[in-house]
Ligand binder design. Structure first.
Ligand code: C5P
Length: 292
């Protein structure tokens, strides 16, 4: 029996725009994703078995499903089918990230399981095959498989990865509010006439952001198209964004389909002070940094 451990990092979207809706119901997105050090911990154990079987246990969030509704289980099953291995796989998840919060927690767990399985089985599949498997599990899973700073397009699965970014300090703030991704997309469709006319991407904004990240310069205003559709129904998150700015964040934005908001801070001390203030105000605040 072999066990490997992987970290499943949270991501924040530093830029997120949508340019249209496809005939398959997915949206064409352009987003700059950035992995932070805050992470769930996954360990995967595999032993030979007559029939392939996957089980899962969760520590830290008892409400998460541990069957095929969980993307981590689906990832392990997809890997077993693709690699033709007959293994009994046990997944242990230590959950730290808030769930249904716009941090890609579920996708990141699935990606960590794919990395772990690939290591356990001594990499039987090519990187291209692994990324295709990841895309079959969810739009954010290919990015989570690679991590770092990336520009993601298509439905999120077309990646320009390993973009250099000078490390920064972040405070991620979640409240008791929750927002499922399909629900957020439905709210966005309603607010944008179903994207019946395709929009032009603002590649200038994107380029300015990527240059500032690379050079460690002050960040230009950040943008997430979901904010106007989601924040009005999540008043605690909307308030947290205002507080982050008042507490000295250089920039603040909602991440992904929300409702977690984050602030980018000029120093660890400033981030820690803001985290303490937000915790005192009843939020779950996580002080973290660009992932190594
Ligand atoms: O790909 P994934 O299963 O994570 O997507 C979940 C849901 O989010 C989809 O069913 C769809 O409603 C929405 N979605 C979308 N456009 C994307 C990504 C996700 O409409 N680019």
């Amino acid at each position: 029996m072999n066990t490997v451990r992987e970290y499943a990092g949270a991501k924040v979207n530093l830029y997120l725009d949508i340019t249209g809706k496809r005939t398959d119901g997915y949206h064409e997105i352009r987003t700059v994703m950035h992995t932070v050090a805050l992470a769930d911990e996954i360990s995967v154990t595999a032993s030979p078995s007559h029939t392939p079987v996957v089980s899962m246990t969760v520590e830290g969030d008892t409400f998460l499903p541990t069957d095929t509704r969980n993307l981590a289980v689906r990832a392990a099953e997809a890997f077993l089918v693709a690699s033709g291995r007959s293994l009994a796989v046990g997944i242990r998840l230590k959950k730290r990230l808030p769930v249904a919060a716009g941090l890609a927690g579920g996708s990141s767990n699935a990606a960590a399981v794919l990395r772990a399985m690939n290591r356990l089985c001594r990499k039987p599949l090519t990187s291209a095959r692994m990324l295709a498997l990841a895309a079959g599990i969810g739009s954010d899973v290919p990015y989570c498989y690679v991590g770092g700073t990336a520009l993601c397009t298509g439905r999120g699965e077309i990646l320009k990865t390993r973009l250099y970014a000078v490390p920064r300090w972040f405070v991620l703030v979640s409240s008791e509010e929750r927002m499922s991704t399909p629900h957020a997309y439905a709210a966005l469709d309603a607010a944008n006439a179903d994207f019946s006319a395709p929009l032009l991407p603002d590649t200038e904004k994107e380029a300015q952001l990527l240059a500032a990240l690379r050079d460690g310069e002050p960040l230009p205003p950040l943008y997430n198209i979901f904010e106007t559709a989601v924040l009005p129904s999540c008043p605690r998150a909307a308030e947290a964004k205002i507080r982050l700015l008042a507490l000295g964040a250089e920039r603040a934005l909602m991440s992904g389909s929300g409702p977690t908001v984050f602030g980018v801070f000029p120093s660890q001390e400033a981030a820690q002070r803001a985290g303490e203030d937000l915790t005192a105000a009843g939020y779950r605040a996580f002080v973290t940094r660009t992932a190594e």
